[in-house]
Design a protein around this ligand. Structure first.
Ligand code: MG
Length: 254
């Protein structure tokens, strides 16, 4: 199908979906604490998405049973919200949310520490978040997609952390997942050239230990092979006036 190029009007509409996704995450942030279950987070997200007149894009996507992915500790991505999965001090959680609004999609994720976490885990959260912005800086007209990928990887390996290879960022707009793939690793200067009007989600999934992951028997939950923690941050960006504009801007994440 190739890579879609979106005009200003379409990007505005994708941004509308993205801003809903971001504001729902802002709302969720208010309840994330020890004792809260990932099911409660999912219910809040579903209601908030509907309140905005939007549709939870993950719910039913290839059979996924919830509106958010809630990934605790060694879960990298695609954690399924559950009533018996309650947050406790020392945990980290990644919340990934996708919405559809008037035929366009937005996708964003953030990771949080619950109470006090160790120094290494603090560093993992910070480095993963920083790596997202390193990638965004490289999403300029004339660069190639793997310039984004390389910038993400180069930032995190300095701390001894590892990007996940099996799961990657993606084009987004008319569909939740479109071309191109946006990996979080690899040599610079490869892949499609970045052009004005491209829209994609950049989403570093970074492991504290080895980069290998496994998918659990539920067919969704992705975990680190060595059991070390993993962090995830994601923005949807559009290439406008030659550089990446963040569409999923939130209160404390923009
Ligand atoms: Mg995504």
């Amino acid at each position: 199908m190739g890579i879609y190029i979106y005009n200003r009007e379409q990007i505005k509409r994708i941004e509308d979906a993205c801003l809903i996704a971001a504001s729902v995450l802002d709302e969720i942030e208010g309840i994330i604490d020890a004792g809260v279950s990932t099911h409660e987070i999912d219910v809040l997200a579903r209601n908030a998405i509907k309140k905005h007149g939007a549709v939870p894009a993950f719910l039913g996507y290839k059979g996924f049973p919830a509106a958010v992915c809630a990934s605790i500790n060694e879960v990298v991505v695609h954690g399924i919200p559950r009533r018996n999965a309650k947050l406790k001090n020392g945990d980290i959680i990644g919340i990934d949310i996708g919405v559809r609004y008037k035929e366009y999609y937005g996708d964003t994720a953030r990771s949080y520490a619950i109470g006090a976490v160790g120094e290494k885990v603090e560093k993992l959260l910070l480095a993963t978040r920083e790596s997202l912005y390193k990638g965004i800086e490289m999403a300029v007209v004339g660069n190639r997609i793997s310039d984004v990928s390389h910038a993400v990887e180069a930032h995190v390996v300095r701390f001894g952390f590892s990007p996940v290879e099996e799961f990657v960022g993606h084009g987004i707009g008319r569909n939740l997942h479109e071309e191109p793939s946006v990996p979080n690793f690899g040599a610079a200067g490869r892949g499609p050239r970045i052009r004005e009007g491209m829209v994609f989600a950049i989403e570093p999934m970074i492991n504290a230990g080895v980069r290998e992951v496994d998918v659990l028997g539920d067919g969704w939950t992705v975990v680190t092979r060595d059991g070390e923690f993993s962090a995830h941050f994601e923005h949807t960006v559009a290439v406008v006036d030659g550089k990446a504009q963040i569409l999923t801007r939130g209160k404390n994440f923009n």
